[in-house]
Design a protein around this ligand. Structure first.
Ligand code: AMP
Length: 210
């Protein structure tokens, strides 16, 4: 099984949902820089304060802030990893490579732009455990309540339409160059993200060989 994995794709493309399923099946940690930054914001740390304005505007937090937290999180990790939302720039990918981390696969979950806004605006997430739901495609069993831990589901502040459009632009400009970066290293696997959650999961399992 390929256990050192980067999940890539547009915002709202299903990376978080797939990561939640994969981490159970693969027994590897789900490392989401978005979740880490939101936790830092909530805790009011220096990092959280610095990240705040970028997140609210749908822009990327500067590389040097993110590279440090990921390198530290991975340095003690031996089980493998599911990186969700990192790297997002070529400079971040270079930093990951320079830190000596070996990557087995980069799974690109592809979803056309015109479907993204609906997918994100209907999204609800659990701030306690990070599980992600969708009002129409993946509703929780009980309205507003997390299936996994019973936490109260919320809509993220940056999941509104105008910020989503900025996040998509940011993705095209700064993250898409990583497609070429990882395909030139023979690590890129494309998966159709415009499908049922279970079908996307099955496709990823095939790629990761389990
Ligand atoms: P996400 O939950 O992955 O959609 O991330 C939410 C927001 O956190 C993004 O719109 C960025 O502002 C910030 N963020 C998350 N990961 C990164 C990263 N690798 N580099 C820079 N900013 C990030």
């Amino acid at each position: 099984m390929k256990k050192r994995v980067i999940l890539m794709g547009p915002p709202g493309g299903g990376k978080g949902t797939q990561a939640s399923l994969l981490k159970e099946a693969m027994e590897v940690p789900h490392i989401s820089t978005g979740d880490m930054l939101r936790a830092a914001r909530k805790a009011g740390t220096e990092l959280g304060k610095k990240a705040d304005a970028y997140i609210v505007a749908g822009q990327l937090v500067p590389d040097e802030l993110v590279n440090g937290i990921v390198a530290e999180r991975l340095s003690s990790e031996t089980r493998g990893f599911l990186l969700d939302g990192y790297p997002r720039t070529v400079a971040q990918a270079d930093s990951l490579e320079a830190s000596g981390q070996v990557v087995d696969a980069v799974v690109l979950i592809e979803v056309p732009d015109e479907l993204i806004v609906d997918r994100i605006v209907g999204r609800r997430s659990c701030p306690k455990c990070g599980s992600v739901f969708h009002l129409s495609t993946l509703p929780p069993k009980v309205d507003g309540v997390c299936d996994a831990c019973g936490g109260e589901l919320i809509q993220r502040g940056d999941d509104c339409e105008d910020v989503v459009k900025q996040r998509l632009t940011t993705y095209h400009d700064q993250t898409q160059p990583l497609i070429e970066y990882y395909s030139s290293r023979g690590l890129l696997y494309r998966v159709n993200g415009n499908n049922e959650v279970s079908a996307v999961f099955a496709e990823i399992r095939k790629v990761l060989e389990f």
